[in-house]
Design a protein around this ligand. Structure first.
Ligand code: SF4
Length: 469
């Protein structure tokens, strides 16, 4: 007979009192979490069965159950998530994971060096470029980079750009001056990788096309992503582990390892011949069902694995409900979010110096969207010829780090809706708008992330309103 589950905190975790509760440091996953006022429950995780965990020693009460469930989903209890941690301890390379049938081949347009935010630069990037003789470039008297503060107070460095939004190292004939003079390995790491993105998780190294190439979707052809990665992997250091906590809902954290199967299942819902509205609503339904499944994690050592499997199945299959009655609420939310985003992006337009052209473009698209959602002229009709483009884009975003906004999947789903809405509202057309949204709506140095997080509860109303614009 299987012995009853007797939860114990992992012995390798460091538990300390913090100002607002218990702080737990996980040295293997390299993260530190404030878990709040749960010290009394931790004291009872002494080998007694889960059924006897209540303060009186009887059946566990709802609060105790919830704390144990949270610790399970964070892989902080002995046994939970052990195979994943064992892989990390072996320090062997994690398996390469790519989207099935994903491809990339450079079309040589030079567009990756224009209308873009070039960074952030790593310390190694800065040291490598600083060591070069840069006197041939028009860089002024300062460093070759500019800095921008991040919401967390740190500062990121970006390559300098011209008033027209091009990298200052870009030369005649769309040639990279660094590459021409000093070789491809002298360029910043992100230039060498572009448009591939490498995301090191506990379950594998996920490599994907970030979807920001100006030639997209023509560039999503040719060599497989695995082959394209082989060409560049020696040029850049192995990316560090990035295994963020996923916030399923406010106060409901979960290890990314249990959420990745949900993302993979959501990818399977995306079909080339379906309208983006139907796809987005399917993603919303799958995500809601998956989050519900994970939050019902059984209180057993294998509970998170069982919950992740149930969540994966729910994400792939859960039926889409008929559009709800929250259309007006959704339109009002689109008005408010578009207006707030436009204000964020418009700030440089009133500052000193010329803002790059894409600033005015994104503001114009957002103002048009705000107008349409507020009852003004409707957006151009959905173009069925772009469905395959959107299917590719949605798969890439769901597979990679854009599936989360600061660890949150629902704000990321809301951003997916805005990717599509902004593209349709773009005065230069939906295809140009796709690139505009891809490059502008994921900028960590702007308060864009915070805005989507604050608007998380608008996801369902916005989904209801999508096909009314
Ligand atoms: S450093 Fe070279 S490759 Fe990188 S953005 Fe500038 S011109 Fe392009």
């Amino acid at each position: 007979m299987t012995p009853p589950f007797a939860p114990r905190l992992r012995a390798d975790l460091l538990v300390e009192p913090g100002a607002d509760g218990v702080v737990v440091t996980d040295p293997l996953l390299r993260r530190r979490l404030n878990l709040g006022d749960i010290g009394d429950v931790l004291d009872r995780l002494d080998g007694r069965p889960v059924e006897a965990l209540s303060p009186t020693g009887g059946l566990a009460d709802p609060r105790t159950e919830q704390v144990v469930r949270t610790l399970l989903l964070l892989s902080m209890l002995e046994g939970a998530g052990e195979p994943e941690r064992a892989r990390l301890r072996r320090s062997a390379p994690l398996p390469l994971v790519t989207l099935p049938s994903a491809r990339f081949s450079c079309q040589g347009s030079g567009g990756c060096c224009r209308n873009y935010i070039f960074g952030p630069l790593t310390d190694a990037d800065v040291a490598r470029v600083e060591a070069l003789d840069l006197s041939a470039f028009d860089l002024g008297s300062g460093p070759f980079y500019t800095t921008r503060p991040r919401p967390d107070g740190k500062v990121d460095r970006y390559l300098q750009t011209t008033a027209a939004g091009a990298c200052r190292f870009l030369e005649a004939g769309d040639r990279c001056g660094l590459h021409t003079r000093f070789g491809g390995a002298s360029k910043p790491g992100f230039c060498q990788l572009f448009p591939l993105v490498a995301w090191q998780t506990v379950t594998g190294l996920r490599v994907y096309d970030g979807g920001e190439c100006v030639s997209f979707p023509a560039s999503a052809s040719g060599a497989t992503i695995a082959a394209a990665w082989e060409d560049v992997r020696g040029l850049v250091p192995e990316p560090p582990l990035s295994n963020p906590v996923v916030h399923l809902a406010p106060g409901a954290p979960c290890d990314l390892a249990w959420f990745l199967p949900v993302l993979d299942a959501l990818v399977t819902r995306v079909a080339d011949d379906v309208s983006p509205v139907a796809t987005l609503r399917g993603i919303g339904a799958g995500l809601t069902a998956a989050i519900t499944s994970l939050r019902r994690c059984p209180l057993t050592e294998d509970g998170p694995r069982a919950a992740a499997a149930a969540a994966r199945d729910a994400a792939a299959r859960d039926a889409v409900a008929a559009p709800g009655a929250r259309v007006e609420e959704g339109r009002a939310a689109i008005v408010a979010i578009s207006r707030a985003l436009a204000e964020i992006f418009a700030a440089p337009l009133s500052g000193p110096g010329a803002a790059p052209p894409y600033t005015a473009e994104i503001v114009a698209a957002l103002r048009r969207l705000e107008d349409a959602a507020g009852g003004g002229p409707a957006l151009p009709a959905e173009d069925p010829a772009t469905r395959a483009l959107w299917a590719l884009a949605f798969r890439q975003r769901l597979f990679g780090q854009r599936a989360l906004v600061d660890g949150r999947p629902r704000p990321a789903a809301l951003r997916l809706c805005f990717d599509w809405l902004v593209a349709r509202a773009c005065p230069a057309g939906e295809r140009a708008g796709h690139l505009l949204a891809a490059r502008r709506l994921d900028m960590p140095w702007q308060p864009v992330h915070r805005l989507f997080i604050q608007a998380e509860s608008a996801l369902e109303p916005v989904l209801d309103a999508l096909d009314t614009l």
